[in-house]
Design a protein. Sequence first.
Length: 399
Amino acid sequence: MTVESTAPRTPRRGGGGKAGTSRRAAAPKKSTEPELVQLLTPEGKRVKNAEYDKYVADITPEQLRGLYRDMVLTRRFDAEATSLQRQGELGLWASLLGQEAAQIGSGRALRDDDYVFPTYREHGVAWCRGVPPENLLGMFRGVNNGGWDPNSNNFQLYTIVIGSQTLHATGYAMGIAKDGADSAVIAYFGDGASSQGDVAESFTFSAVYNAPVVFFCQNNQWAISEPTEKQTRVPLYQRAQGYGFPGVRVDGNDVLACLAVTKWALERARNGEGPTLVEAYTYRMGAHTTSDDPTRYRLDDERVAWEAKDPILRLRAYLESLKGSGVSGSNHPEEGFFAELEAESEALGRRVREAVRGMPDPDRFAIFENAYADGHSLVDEERAQFAAYQASFTEAEGV
């Protein structure tokens, strides 16, 4: 498959009418099968791509199984978190169901010294960065404000404010460029965030200062209840040309293509060639969050069509096609691998559930800490009032 051109297109003039008769230009129709970078078809067949094959040319069957394992375990964790929320153990959960390939492919393209700025759905990227899955759940349970040290894994805390992390990523990238580092930065956001002013500002600054940053947009086609065509007239990746840097659309359900394209974009950043916009064209198979009901705004037929493009089933089909193919290392007993992975998946689910239920309640007075660097008399007064309020319950119980 090839990348759709980002060059401006000359409008066609309508013919057949009377001279001087003007015609109103029709709005472009949304393509149902957009051109994108694809290395694995939905059926799991490997296809060649002259530009991007080299970025996955040395991948081994063992590494392919690793990508498959990453996606399966990420989906299992995500499903357990959804169940925990439904059972009242979490206040909210934002599922990544259907977006595993985009996150695992891009996440595995990163080096340890690269820095990641996520939104609140990048559970697969967190997995790739070594953040324990249960640590992601503290904020959603309400016991902490994040749950991990960003600098331990070069993975920033989840950002709830839509699009603001792209500015943080751009500033960080500008900083490491001035320091002379050859590492890169990647900022994740969704199609809904692409309409935010923060993202536009990030594009401007990163282009002007040639910042080593990759903007990775997971276009799951629904900004909560708004479809992409309600936000943009052109494919999202084409926006990059207006800022003077490349944009590319990749099959977001193809883990190999996501891996290859992200490696290419990161290589550009490290070589001093500036930012890149990657649009991973994928689909949110579940709800926006557990507080959302997608049946109210999208057709079930659409979801069913995308389930046929499932990223995990796609890679499994490819793995099974390698068995006995003569490819070096491909004679691993696949059925044994799949069975072992299923057992590992169930163990992960149990571990996450036990960890969440065992999380201690937060210190009630922690909300008053770090409000001001040097303290504040008003905060001291509020703390004292809150302490008296809490004590009133103890006194009432003693009566």
